[in-house]
Design a protein around this ligand. Structure first.
Ligand SMILES: [Zn+2]
Length: 152
């Protein structure tokens, strides 16, 4: 890295921190020439990760969008941000292993619901009702009755 103060290229790393979901690293650096300290970040870029939508269109996989959608379902529920971050990471990793670079949007929804169900049932129903766009109440009731079944 080039020091912004003296333009020297020699530095040493004094501190390294990985963010919670392991996708970025912050490094505190010190210029060996003038002692100026600064911070750099590294991010893992998932190249070419796309979502294949129901209508056949493709869009860029968006982790933030996914997280905000789930957060909405978890409003006023005893679920913390940390749990949601973990959920997003788990789902992303799992689907990437399964589909490589093109993930069907249906699979993302299904996988989120599977995980959300283990965390909070109310949040799960909220998410499911939006996601599945229930057309009739029977389908919705069936979903709820399944949730209360033993071992579910
Ligand atoms: Zn310097």
């Amino acid at each position: 890295m080039r020091c912004l103060k003296c333009t020297s290229l020699e530095d040493r790393v004094v501190d390294t921190r990985v963010n919670k979901d392991g996708t970025s690293i912050r490094r505190r650096r010190e210029c060996l020439k003038c002692g100026h300290r600064y911070t750099t970040t590294e991010e893992i870029l998932r190249e070419g990760l796309t979502v294949l939508k129901r209508d056949g269109r493709r869009e860029e996989f968006n982790r933030v969008k996914m997280l905000s959608g789930i957060s909405r379902a978890c409003e006023k529920r005893p679920v913390d941000v940390e749990q949601l971050r973990m959920l997003v990471t788990d789902v992303t990793t799992l689907l990437q292993d399964k589909y490589d670079d093109e993930i069907p949007s249906r699979e993302i929804g299904e996988e989120i619901m599977r995980k959300l169900r283990e965390i909070d049932k109310v949040a799960y129903v909220r998410f499911a009702s939006v996601y599945k766009d229930f057309r009739d109440i029977n389908e919705f009731m069936l979903e709820i009755s399944r949730m209360d079944a033993p071992g579910a």
